[in-house]
Design a protein around this ligand. Structure first.
Ligand code: NAD
Ligand code: UD1
Length: 339
């Protein structure tokens, strides 16, 4: 495999994966409509990689425009990151989430058929497990019953891919269920910068650290956990990016459908993450413990043995590495990709 279509390739996880792809000799072709990322990412990728990836500014939902991409490039595999990911927004505008997330996946599968592309890696999420029955979560645990339309779109796309794999003998499909990505490329040139006030924990912490926000509220201090705050499985985005290269290697063995959790297998509390950030960067984070956030589960972490057994992949970076790299990115880019 050589040429990889990376949808959503200028986004947070996509851009880090493009770096890994180039490092491993692949030739990524990025499609992104820039609805949640910046064109500046391409300059940064060129600085890191020494080559500028080919880029199309189009929506994956636009089948005619996408057909052009398939005409102009002999695609061997697709990594499908493109999608909307704000849980809160999905509750307000579910139809926007269904049409963008499920709609773009449908377009890709139709074009895979038309252009005989057999391989696809899909960005799913731990959110498909809904309220998990046990910890750590294994891939065979029940999915569905998601807590938001965003989660429902990931679940629907998984079902679509599973049916596609069943009905297409030549298809190789890797569904990757990410846990909580944090961190940034060690160069500090690419990273996460959400628009508006961040919903996710790490960008909130870094924006308090840089002075954009005043105080972090820890959502709930009375959970039945070791320090009362929620437990999540935070994975360094570079480990996650590497997981996609392993997934492509796995698809080369023509496995049909495979599903993997990508996390670290270790749970970290909100307070532990705050303190790890303070230690790694030798600074204090202004925080207070507040009320629980609706929809949060007390703990959520992965069993990642399957990804290691079947692909040889495991996360190698520590929480401290991620805290250092998140701050390196944020402090060098206080306004993200804007000047
Ligand atoms: P991101 O928003 O940074 O990247 C997604 C990219 O897709 C953006 O650049 C956006 O402009 C683009 N995009 C959206 N709709 C598009 C469309 N119709 N056509 C073309 N481009 C489009 O998000 P991310 O954090 O990099 O997430 C990547 C994928 O991983 C998403 O599918 C997300 O749902 C999934 N995921 C993310 C997390 C997380 O915590 N970040 C966790 C689990 C799963
Ligand atoms: C959230 C989404 C999930 C999505 C994931 C990655 C919800 C309910 N879930 O997961 O669907 O896949 O993001 O995008 O929104 N926290 C604070 N203070 C803050 C922010 C967060 O204490 O200001 C806590 C949360 O309560 C949680 C932990 O930090 O315990 C992580 O939160 P977050 O980064 O939003 O991720 P998830 O809730 O795991």
């Amino acid at each position: 495999m050589g040429k990889i279509l990376v949808t959503g390739g200028t986004g947070y996880i996509g851009s880090h994966t493009v770096v890994e792809l180039i490092k491993n000799g692949y030739d990524p072709v990025i499609v992104d409509n820039l609805c949640n990322s910046k064109i500046e990412v391409l300059n940064r990728l060129e600085t890191i990689c020494g080559v500028r990836p080919k880029f199309y500014q189009i929506s994956v939902q636009d089948k005619e425009a996408m057909r052009q991409v398939f005409e102009e490039n002999e695609i061997d595999a697709i990594i499908h990151f493109a999608g909307l990911k704000s849980v809160g927004e999905s509750v307000l505008y579910p139809e926007k989430y269904y049409s963008n997330n499920v709609g773009s996946s449908k377009v890709l599968l139709e074009l895979m058929d038309e252009y005989r592309v057999h391989n696809i890696v899909f960005s799913s999420s731990a959110t498909v497990y809904g309220v998990p029955e046990r910890m750590p979560i294994v891939e065979s645990d029940p999915i569905g019953n998601c807590s938001s339309p965003y989660g429902d779109t990931k679940y629907q796309i998984e079902l679509l891919l599973m049916d596609y794999a069943k009905t297409h003998e030549d298809a190789n499909v890797a569904i990757l269920r990410y846990f909580n990505p944090i961190g940034a490329h060690p160069s500090g040139l690419i990273g996460e910068y959400p628009t508006g006030i961040p919903n996710n924990l790490m960008p909130y912490i870094t924006q308090v650290a840089v002075g954009t926000l005043e105080c972090l509220t820890v959502f709930g201090g009375d959970y039945d956990t070791r320090d009362g705050s929620c437990i999540r499985d935070y994975i360094h985005v570079c480990d996650l990016a590497e997981g996609h290269v392993y997934a492509l290697h796995k698809l080369e063995t023509k496995p049909g459908l495979v599903i993997y959790n990508l996390g670290t297998g270790r749970g970290t509390t909100v307070l532990e993450l705050v303190h790890a950030f303070e230690e790694a960067n030798n600074m204090k984070i202004n925080y207070k413990v507040g009320a629980r956030r609706d929809g949060d589960v007390p703990e959520n972490y992965a069993n990642c043995d399957k990804a290691y057994k079947e692909m040889g992949w495991k996360a190698t970076r520590t929480i401290k590495d991620a805290c250092r790299d998140s701050w390196n990115w944020q402090s060098k880019n206080p306004h993200g990709y804007d000047k």
